[in-house]
Design a protein around this ligand. Structure first.
Ligand code: URA
Length: 277
């Protein structure tokens, strides 16, 4: 049998990048070759099993987390309790900065709270920050954000006239889909954020944000462009779903339907101002 030479570090990094791994999830690197980390007998006796995929020593189990993990239902209750006392967006942000109930906070670089005008009449909500948002601390600043800006511009809006946030305010590692538990833990935050901004029009971008906030199980093809009431508990806000800009980048043929949705947002905004076109 001819053994392949072990890959170089550069080849391995290229492999991980290709596979979508673009961030480290722990503060300190773990030396998985150390005996105490992988729980093997003394190094001399340890058989170096190699991964067939990378040729590197097979991954050891992750060390136990150092932080106390909070049970999801306790974290949801803690988030709900915390937001009740938030009288302003600044107070809400401060509460979220110190909240320890969501594990995503530990892997994200920073909180991505919001961008835009807190007194705007239109609020848009996406799913979760990606890599660029995690670096800058602002929602929708990457490629999909650039497309969102163009779509807003087409109906005469920009970040001075809209407010933008996400259901999940911390980037999931490697942009993975947030778990239902993570979504439930973060839900009270975005609900309170919507209540405090109190827009006339709420726009959910993509399936996850639509299903979470507008309480529907329909897919985006069915739910988009359909006006519904979003109940903050104190008032009803006109809400509509449309495609996520990242989806439009992958499937540009749906931009035509997105344009119809954005036109209807412009019309609703004018109607809410008492203007006619
Ligand atoms: N996708 C989202 O849903 N939100 C962002 O902020 C960026 C990309």
């Amino acid at each position: 049998m001819i053994l392949e030479p072990a890959p170089t570090v550069a080849q391995l990094l290229a492999f991980y990048l290709e596979a979508g791994v673009d961030c480290a999830v722990m503060d300190e690197p773990v030396d998985r070759l150390l005996d105490e980390d992988i729980g093997l007998p003394a190094r001399a006796e340890a058989a170096p099993t190699r991964s067939p995929l990378t040729g590197m020593p097979a991954a050891a189990p992750r060390p136990a987390p150092t932080k106390t993990e909070v049970a999801p239902d306790v974290a949801v209750a803690a988030a709900r309790d915390a937001v009740r006392t938030a009288p302003t967006l600044e107070a809400l942000r401060a509460i979220m900065e110190t909240f320890e109930g969501c594990a995503l906070k530990g892997t994200a670089t920073r909180l991505v709270f919001a961008d835009g005008n807190p007194t705007a009449r239109v609020m848009l909500v996406g799913e979760a920050p990606g890599r660029d948002e995690d670096i800058e601390g602002l929602p929708f600043v990457g490629r999909s954000g650039k497309l969102l800006d163009l779509m807003l511009k087409a109906i005469g809006l920009d970040r001075t006239t809209v407010y933008i946030a996400n259901v999940i305010p911390w980037r999931p590692p490697g942009n993975r889909t947030p778990t239902p538990q993570e979504t439930q833990i973060c839900l009270p935050f975005i609900q309170r954020q919507i209540e405090l901004v109190d827009p006339d029009i709420l726009v959910t971008l993509g399936n996850p944000s639509t299903q979470t906030l507008l309480q529907t199980r329909d897919g985006i093809m069915k739910s988009r462009g359909r006006w519904v009431d979003y109940d903050t508990g104190t008032r009803k806000i006109c809400a509509v779903a449309t495609f996520h800009p990242a989806y439009l980048l992958r499937s540009p043929s749906y931009k035509r339907m997105a344009w119809i949705d954005f036109r209807s947002i412009a019309v609703a905004l004018e109607a809410a101002s008492g203007k006619t076109t």
